[in-house]
Design a protein around this ligand. Structure first.
Ligand code: TYD
Length: 136
């Protein structure tokens, strides 16, 4: 499962006026975007996330500053450092994720495949592990 989570590079257009990146549903990311949310003014030392989704696909972008994303599929873990606004981390369903080490002033943009639905969350790690174990 962790292999499905990957960094996606967006097109970059640079000229003397500055840089522009863009992404299109299905062309650059493997889902249609139905929701956008963002984290900002994150206090130093704060941890966000610490949950998994049942069906939601997401793309996480460090629009400004940097932070770490810890990914865990119930078997393996990996940590990625996001710092470029021209890259996004695709996270498929059934991945426990924790976001931490936010730099001051950083902004984390998240593109999501579905509207907000609390029923789509695993917020308890043991419940997540049981769900993963039942799928294999
Ligand atoms: P939470 O899931 O705790 O954020 P994190 O990504 O750090 O785990 O969400 C914080 C609150 O915001 C919680 O009450 C749910 C609410 N929320 C929405 O209403 N809509 C959304 O799209 C999101 C992501 C969260």
């Amino acid at each position: 499962m962790l292999d499905k989570c990957r960094i996606i590079d967006f097109p970059r257009i640079s000229d003397p006026r500055g840089k522009l990146s863009f992404l299109e549903s299905r062309n650059h990311i493997p889902f249609d975007i139905r929701r956008i949310y963002y984290l900002y003014d994150v206090p130093s030392g704060s941890r966000r996330g610490a949950h998994a989704h049942k069906n939601l696909h997401q793309l996480i972008i460090a629009m400004s500053g940097s932070f770490d994303v810890l990914l865990d599929d119930g078997f393996e873990k990996k940590s990625l450092h996001l710092t470029h606004p021209f890259q996004g981390l695709y996270v498929c369903p059934l991945i426990w994720r924790v976001l931490e080490n936010f730099s001051p002033g950083s902004v984390c943009l998240v593109l999501a495949s579905e509207l907000y639905d609390e029923r789509d969350y695993y917020r308890d790690y043991d419940e997540f592990l049981s769900a993963v174990a039942n799928k294999v």
